[in-house]
Design a binder for this molecule. Structure first.
Ligand code: AMP
Length: 185
C-alpha cells in the first residue's frame, strides 16, 4: 500500500489476493473511432485477463456525451456497456490491468470529460467498500448515470432498484446492440 492510501477503507478481499472468486461489474464507454468495435474488443480483452472471466455482458447502448469544455464542439455519442466478471485478482490489480487495456486502445485525456477512445470503470467489486486515492468502489457516480444503470440492470436486475432507474429516467439512452447475456467465448 502506498502513502496515498492511508485514508483507505479496504476490506480484506479488495487488497489481498482473494481466496475465493469475486464477482465484479465493469462499465465500458467509448466515443472515438469505431466505438462499438472498441467496446467489443475491450470485453474480449477483459475476458483474456489472467484469472478473469466475463460471465455476463449487456447490450451496447448509445448515449449523448456530457459537455466537455464550455463552447467546445460537441463530442460524438458514446457507446456504453456493462460486464459481469468473476475474478481472482485484487481490486487494485484489476484496475491496473483495465488501465493497460485503456492505454492499448490509445486513450488520451487532455481535459475533463474529453472524448476518449476507451474508458473502463470498476463499478462494484463483490461487496467491497474501497475509498483510497486510486480507487473508489462502489464507483462514486454510478447511481447517477443512465449509461451505467440501464446496462447494469439488464445483466444484474437485483442490483438496480426501480427507484434508482427512475432517478435517471430523463437521461437519453438507446439500445443499439442485441442483448447477449452469454459468456464471452
Ligand atoms: P476516469 O478516467 O475519469 O474514469 O478516471 C480515472 C481515474 O479514476 C484513475 O486514476 C483511477 O485511479 C481512478 N478511479 C477511482 N475509482 C475508480 C474506479 N472504481 N474505477 C476506475 N477508476 C477509478
Amino acid at each position: 500500500m502506498t502513502k496515498a492510501d492511508t485514508k483507505a477503507v479496504i476490506p480484506a478481499q479488495a487488497g489481498i489476493h482473494p481466496s475465493s472468486p469475486v464477482v465484479a461489474y465493469i462499465a465500458l464507454g467509448a466515443n472515438l473511432g469505431n466505438a462499438a468495435q472498441t467496446v467489443l474488443d475491450a470485453i474480449q480483452a477483459i475476458n483474456d485477463l489472467p484469472q478473469t472471466q466475463v460471465t455476463k455482458k449487456s447490450s451496447l447502448y448509445k448515449t449523448a456525451a456530457m459537455e466537455s469544455l464550455p463552447g467546445a464542439l460537441k463530442s460524438p455519442d458514446y457507446i456504453n456497456a456493462v460486464v459481469e466478471i468473476i475474478c481472482h485478482q485484487t481490486a487494485y490489480l484489476l484496475l491496473e490491468q483495465l488501465q493497460k487495456i485503456e492505454q492499448k486502445a490509445g486513450r488520451n485525456r487532455p481535459y475533463l470529460n474529453a472524448p476518449r477512445t476507451l474508458d473502463l470503470d470498476i463499478l462494484l467489486y463483490g461487496d467491497a467498500q474501497i475509498q483510497t486515492e486510486t480507487l473508489t468502489v462502489p464507483h462514486p457516480r454510478m447511481w447517477q448515470r443512465a449509461f451505467v444503470l440501464v446496462p447494469l440492470e439488464e445483466i444484474a436486475p437485483q442490483l438496480v432498484s426501480a427507484e434508482r432507474l427512475e432517478g435517471v429516467k430523463g437521461q437519453g439512452i438507446q439500445r443499439v446492440g442485441i442483448a447477449s447475456p452469454d459468456a464471452v467465448s
